[in-house]
Design a binder for this molecule. Structure first.
Ligand SMILES: [Zn+2]
Length: 400
């Protein structure tokens, strides 16, 4: 095991296909590798069918059954970050072209055979008839060609998703509204069908116990990844201080996002979360200055954006630029560019091609850290009015 404390994290891509990527992540902590896995799996926004209005259904499947199946159909969500807003952030009442995509399905069987209704029958409606329109934005221009279409529609090499089967005389007619969301809310918004990583293929660290009958090595065949590591010597002493530092990732998407976008967005989400955490722990200058304020009651100083710069300083290039005010940052931040100069490739770790790179860390420029519901407010300045910041609110709600 290497001492990853000194070495910089590296990413080595072993295989990229249309729907999957296999890479080796080195010199990071086990907890970090798992954080990446979980961020890619559950925190990346995509679009999926969220509302279904059924006009006619004489198939054998009940309405809710079909609605659930429609929700699970993957829709092309490339650049979902900028191409669509959350309905909760939109100024419309229930949905408009900036925060939803309308799809229709209208199929009837007139032949004397079993007919399959599939995702290929779903059509995106271009002419919108929304009663209420949200504030105009640039979302529509940021959408790719097939944004919102079922993945693999009109692609003969990809089998479509089966929704139901019908016989002669049966009919299915419905209207769907697809919305933006993340898989933490519902798995239908996950861009991935599988995200996994392996480490320590020889089980040198003894993080697992191999049950066996007679011969452990014969009954537990080694994975392909074992070729990348030194086999243990028979006389090797168990090193109880050793830590894993090399992780073999396999990310497989459902086609709504490409594997590269999924991983890069996952990393960006992770950065956003960590930035929020550090900002929340940072002492706000306003509170420190309060004369005679009840500092003991002050919460751990969350939710107040530092005046002026704070995070960001995108000019410094690499992430983790230390805040101007000092405090945190200076001590904790690795040398600048620590995340930007990975030898593996230019785009690893949020280098130039990161979707967020220009306004990483939620600088005030529009769209920075777009995932945060507060994006335009740069790390929650809005909460100064309603959060814990105001001393009156503290006395009102915390003491009594
Ligand atoms: Zn809207």
């Amino acid at each position: 095991m290497q001492g990853y404390e000194e070495a910089e994290p590296t990413v080595r891509i072993r295989e990229v296909k249309k729907d999957r990527v296999n890479f080796v992540l080195e010199n990071v902590d086990l907890a970090f590798a798992n954080s990446v896995r979980r961020a890619v799996m559950a925190d990346i926004p995509t679009i999926a069918i969220d509302i279904v209005e059924i006009e006619a259904n004489t198939t054998v499947l009940p309405d809710e059954f079909i609605a659930h199946r429609l929700g699970m159909v993957p829709l092309v969500s490339a650049n979902c970050e900028e191409g669509i807003r959350y309905t909760r952030d939109c100024t419309c009442l229930s949905g408009c072209q900036y925060c939803s995509i309308e799809l229709r399905l209208d199929v009837a069987c007139h032949e004397n055979r079993t007919m399959e209704v599939t995702s290929n029958h779903l059509d995106v409606v271009d002419s919108h008839t929304y009663a209420d329109e949200g504030e105009a934005g640039e979302e529509l221009t940021k959408r790719g060609e097939n944004f919102g279409h079922p993945v693999g529609k009109d692609d003969v090499s990809l089998p479509p998703v089966l929704i139901c089967k019908m016989r002669k005389g049966q009919e299915l007619k419905l209207r769907c509204i697809a919305k933006k969301g993340i898989a933490k809310e519902h798995a239908k918004w996950s861009p991935c069908s599988a995200v996994s990583f392996e480490y320590d293929p020889y089980n040198k660290l003894r993080h697992t116990t191999h049950w066996f009958e007679t011969d452990e090595r014969a009954e537990w065949p080694l994975s392909e990844n074992a070729k990348e590591e030194e086999p243990p010597r028979d006389d090797e002493v168990f090193d109880f201080n050793a830590k894993p530092g090399k992780f073999y990732f396999e990310v497989e998407t459902d086609g709504s996002l490409g594997p590269q976008e999924a991983v890069m967005r996952g990393l960006a989400e992770l950065q956003t979360k960590l930035a929020n955490l550090i900002l929340g722990l940072k002492s706000p200058p306003e509170l420190d200055m309060l004369p005679g304020g009840d500092q003991g009651m002050a919460p751990p100083n969350g939710h107040v954006a530092p005046s002026g710069g704070g995070w960001g300083q995108p000019a410094t290039g690499g992430g983790w630029a230390s805040p101007t005010a000092g405090g945190w940052g200076d001590a904790a931040a690795p040398t600048s560019n620590a995340w930007g100069t990975s030898p593996a490739s230019g785009n690893a770790w949020g280098g130039g091609t990161s979707p967020n790179s220009n306004n990483a860390w939620g600088g005030a420029s529009a769209g920075g850290g777009g995932a945060s519901p507060n994006a335009n407010n740069a790390w929650g300045t809005s909460s100064t009015q309603q959060g814990w910041a105001s001393p009156t609110q503290q006395t009102n709600s915390w003491i009594h």
